[in-house]
Design a protein around this ligand. Sequence first.
Ligand SMILES: Nc1ncnc2c1ncn2[C@@H]1O[C@H](COP(=O)(O)OP(=O)(O)OP(=O)(O)O)[C@@H](O)[C@H]1O
Ligand SMILES: [Mg+2]
Length: 332
Amino acid sequence: MENNLLLKVEGLKTYFFSREGTLKAVDGVSFDIKRGETLGIAGESGCGKSVTAQSILRIVPQNGRITGGNILFNLNERGFINLVKLNPEGEEIRKIRGKEISMIFQEPMTSFSPVHTIGNQIMEVIMLHQALSRKEAKEKAIELLKKVGMPKPTQMIDAYPFNLSGGMRQRAMIAMALSCQPSLLIADEPTTAVDVTIQAQVLELIKELQKELNMALIIITHDLAVIAELADKVLIMYLGKNVEYASVDELFYNPKHPYTKGLLASIPKLGKGSRQRIEPISGSVPSPYEMPSGCLFHPRCPRFIPGVCDKKEPPFIEIGENHKVSCFLYKR
Ligand SMILES: Nc1ncnc2c1ncn2[C@@H]1O[C@H](COP(=O)(O)OP(=O)(O)OP(=O)(O)O)[C@@H](O)[C@H]1O
Ligand SMILES: [Mg+2]
């Protein structure tokens, strides 16, 4: 495999099992990321974005399991390792988490323990993966807090998470995630819990740090504007499936799947004022326990072809350079 390739996810399936039945949260998802590249993953709530991220880090909750596919991750001189094969509690994945692959969440409180200072928690991560003394780790933590724009980092290092504002907590979480210079950062809705001005600052910060560290990024969001701003390529998901996968330009200027078109039509356009018509996608996401037959989107699709879309599942086909779609409207 090419050396520039960092992550290759092939046919990933992650299911949850309960008395109600099997919930196919992620059902055959494939994508790849090169070093330093940014992939955006978008789709309506419940389509499997977070579970995809949890699968990569092997932090899928107890009632769920990866039932198929591969997650190949490039560990440089050690070559590619299939993360699916690792014990989720084992030594190997723990060495990868935080050091090679880091994650930031929508709500920073989920990353921090409320009873320890943010400085101690960042130092913990640093010392877990690097042979540094406490003093050196503290200096590094201060440097990181400075880098993410934390005011008075030498004092803030002794603050508890609840002492910080939402935006500052977000910055502290980013500092912790970047403390070991991971080659991949996964940001799951990193800005939905903060207001718009802070959102812009946090995105700008992620972008800058990404460039500086030549870090690859998976940005998960249902805000396509964020994707347009940050991503090189985009994966659109619906009910655990790949719907469309394309370079960011292709996706925004030449969208193919009716679902992608629907998502694009439902974002307000800049400069068009408040009287523009925003068209939401008709219908709602069905219950994951009562999946439609054929193409999962057919009950909501404006281009539904009876006898075709409700009968078979559309294959995920390549329709152009850097452009794949799963829809019967298109031929290879
Ligand atoms: N621990 C769990 N147990 C059972 N089902 C789960 C669990 N976590 C997620 N799911 C289900 O898996 C599916 C995918 O969830 P996921 O959290 O990945 O969606 P998402 O795309 O991240 O949505 P959102 O935009 O709301 O964050 C959903 O149907 C969800 O209810
Ligand atoms: Mg989510």
